[in-house]
Design a protein around this ligand. Structure first.
Ligand code: 6PG
Length: 466
């Protein structure tokens, strides 16, 4: 009997669509889902090259060796449980792949655990949502390179293509793939929030309607700002409500959810002594949106500040430039975080390649990634994207708009934490004096923590006069 070439465990939205994507590339796919009804529904559809199994053992026996099994189940305990269960049935050299949003340190741990059992493990970041999974996601595989080479043909065939190149590349050892996916999501949070702030500012200060804003975002999408998130934002603002007059956006409750990858990025940033302030601000904006009672009370206690009259056309252009620069800062911080992780974990990340596989398939796909890719390809050791010549030119062109938009937001009481974080970060980098001398003096004052002087080498302590 002809064996299946790859197996997928977990057939809900992402798993199902990936299974169909692989099957449509003429690979024989086996599927298994804990609840058989889901598998049965898929079987009823009679997809080519796909066979669903009710029994895990039968599913495993149907696979050619070395077996290749992709887990598309909820990150966390379920992955550990499955790894344990599968380890009982699998043979030396078989490969388990985790395609969910797993925490990269869990992936490092699972990789070590399964290595002891001579089972191979890959942690694979997959981005693109339902449509991406079916038609071509961006894929970030981490683990041993020779193990990757055994599954490369599947992953590269199903990945999105940009100029004929697959948006899938070997990222690095153990947890590297999931780490990069985590930072991808962190950038996704920051970019989404920058669009949220642009929308709020255009609405409250520019006094634009939803359909006018849709036009504005559409025009951005015709420029170097072209991106998936800008495109869907325009579409969202146009969407009519099915129950009432007007657009659906105005009937959606003003509270954001999250599943944790942005928070992980922020925690890792602190542990690595790096700065991803825009991602952090975006995570906290989602958190704060859920402070129902406090928000309600404050809405009653305080009036909205009067917004300054602006020329809407001029303002619209300022917001566009502020968004462009905010986005640059968000990506620069995210890529700097990956660069640091690469050294810290010996992953040897190729940031140019990573930018290249973000160009299609994933949620943060954007024209701008071309610039990032070029700048890392020209200089593999580039310390920070903010030092790239082309990016410096954009900063010079747009910084005043970012400053104006941030100050109008503050004066008009329009919460814009990510715009404000962006200009603050640039100011911190640019300022000759950031006040850290006073921090050092205070630390020395109350705890004799010592300080360094500008005019001589060495460590000093002063007997401060209490
Ligand atoms: C992707 C997305 C995806 C993520 C959603 C929701 O790259 O396809 O990042 O992995 O699950 O965007 O994430 P939150 O629930 O945290 O917003």
């Amino acid at each position: 009997m002809i064996k299946n070439q790859i197996g997928i465990i977990g057939l809900s939205t992402m798993g199902k669509n990936l299974a169909l994507n692989i099957a449509s590339h003429n690979f024989k796919v086996a599927g298994y889902n804990r609840t058989y009804a889901v598998t049965k529904d898929m079987m009823n559809e009679e997809y080519n090259n796909f066979i669903g199994y009710a029994d895990l053992k039968e599913f495993i026996d149907s696979l050619e060796k070395p077996r290749k099994i992709l887990l598309m189940v909820k990150a966390g305990q379920a992955i550990d449980d499955l790894c344990n269960q599968l380890a009982e049935y699998l043979d030396t050299g078989d490969i388990i792949m985790d395609g969910g949003n797993s925490y990269f340190k869990d992936t490092i741990r699972r990789n070590e655990y399964l290595k002891e059992k001579r089972i191979n493990y890959l942690g694979i970041g997959i981005s693109g949502g339902e449509k991406g999974a079916r038609l071509g996601p961006s894929i970030m595989p981490g683990g041993d390179k020779d193990v990757y080479n055994e599954v490369k043909v599947f992953l590269e065939s199903i990945a999105a293509k940009k100029n004929g190149e697959p948006c899938c590349t070997y990222i690095g050892p153990d947890g590297a793939g999931h780490y990069v996916k985590m930072v991808h999501n962190g950038i996704e949070y920051a970019d989404m929030q920058l669009l949220v702030e642009s929308y709020l500012l255009l609405k409250k200060i520019g006094r634009y309607t939803n359909s006018e804003m849709a036009l504005i975002f559409e025009s951005w999408n015709q420029s170097e700002l072209k991106s998936y998130l800008v495109e869907i934002t325009a579409k969202i603002l146009r969407e009519k409500d099915e129950l009432r007059d007007g657009e659906l956006i105005d009937y959606i409750i003003d509270k954001a959810s999250q599943k944790g990858t942005g928070k992980w990025t922020s925690k890792e940033t602190l542990d690595q002594d790096q700065n991803t302030s825009l991602i952090g601000a975006a995570v906290l904006a989602r958190v704060t949106s859920n402070f129902d009672e406090l928000r309600n009370t404050y809405q009653m206690l305080f009036d909205e500040p009067m917004t300054k009259e602006v020329n809407p056309y001029v303002f619209q252009e300022e917001v566009r430039k502020a968004y462009q620069l905010g986005k640059i800062v968000a990506y620069a911080q995210g890529f700097a975080l990956m660069k640091d992780a690469s050294k810290r974990y010996n992953w040897n990340l190729d940031l140019g390649k990573i930018a290249s596989i973000f160009r299609a398939g994933c949620i943060i796909q954007a024209e701008f990634l071309q610039v990032i890719m070029k700048s890392y390809n020209e200089d593999k050791n580039l310390e920070n994207l903010l030092l790239d010549e082309e990016i410096i030119r954009v900063i010079r062109r747009n910084i005043q708009s970012l400053r104006v938009v941030s100050s109008l937001a503050i004066r008009g009481g329009v919460p814009s934490p990510v715009f404000v974080s962006a200009i603050t970060y640039l100011d911190q980098l640019r300022s000759k004096h950031v006040g850290a001398n006073l921090i050092q003096a205070q630390r020395d004052f109350f705890g004799a923590h010592t300080f360094e002087r500008i005019d001589q080498e060495g460590i000093n302590h002063h007997e401060w006069n209490e």
